[in-house]
Design a protein around this ligand. Structure first.
Ligand SMILES: NC(=O)c1ccc[n+]([C@@H]2O[C@H](COP(=O)([O-])OP(=O)(O)OC[C@H]3O[C@@H](n4cnc5c(N)ncnc54)[C@H](OP(=O)(O)O)[C@@H]3O)[C@@H](O)[C@H]2O)c1
Length: 176
């Protein structure tokens, strides 16, 4: 953090993007727990710590932003990657609370939930041309910039938008 702030004094946007995804099979007992712990550390603990440590600096800026990259899987889990989905659901919840806590400061809190993206997450390369549900990394980056420009604090991209809409419809239906 000292190095970042000495090299980039104008820094006013933190993008919590680093993430890993692992298959965790609970039928195998505790075999995969090491990898599960790494997922929690990378996907959830690191964004929380980075944000907390950078906030005093960000709050001194006239305008600043924290951008949390969550996932469509925050809304509907994929059972073979259960801990990953839980970390993303937690990132979603934490983003809501952080946004509320910082509402009277210069720091805006964004959450961008991509669908499946053509990257090497999970050790396989998804390809944008493989199907309508896979988005290119470039399109996700455009989505992040558009969210910042529009001040749209919660954005679900591509197929993730359908998962969010379905969850919201269900929530409305059962809470009438
Ligand atoms: N790909 C998808 O289908 C998808 C869908 C929804 C959301 N997302 C989210 O999008 C974000 C980016 O993932 P991606 O798809 O671009 O995956 P990726 O191609 O595997 O890239 C992951 C990035 O995270 C960094 N990283 C991983 N562990 C780290 C650690 N311990 N410390 C520092 N950096 C670390 C990697 O850095 P190195 O290259 O240096 O290892 C790499 O830059 C993640 O939060 C992911 O959950 C991805």
């Amino acid at each position: 953090m000292d190095w970042v702030l000495s090299e980039f004094r104008q820094l006013n946007v933190l993008v919590n993007n680093a993430g890993i995804q692992r298959q965790v099979n609970f039928l195998k007992g505790s075999r995969d727990l090491g990898e599960a712990d790494e997922e929690v550390d990378t996907n959830l603990i690191a964004p929380i710590h980075l944000s907390a440590q950078l906030l005093p600096h960000l709050r001194r800026k006239k305008e600043a932003a924290i951008v949390n990259i969550s996932s469509g899987l925050a809304y509907t889990p994929l059972a073979v990657v259960p801990v990953y989905c839980a970390t993303k659901a937690a990132v979603h919840s934490w983003s809501l609370s952080l946004r509320h806590q910082l509402r009277n400061t210069s720091v805006r809190v964004f959450e961008v939930a991509p669908p499946m993206v053509a990257t090497e997450l999970a050790g396989r390369r998804n390809r944008a041309e493989d199907g309508e549900y896979v988005m290119s990394a470039e399109a996700v980056a455009v989505g992040v910039v558009e969210a910042l420009e529009r001040n749209q604090h919660e954005v679900a991209l591509g197929a993730a938008a359908n998962l969010l809409a379905q969850r919201e419809a269900l929530f409305s239906a059962i809470n009438q």
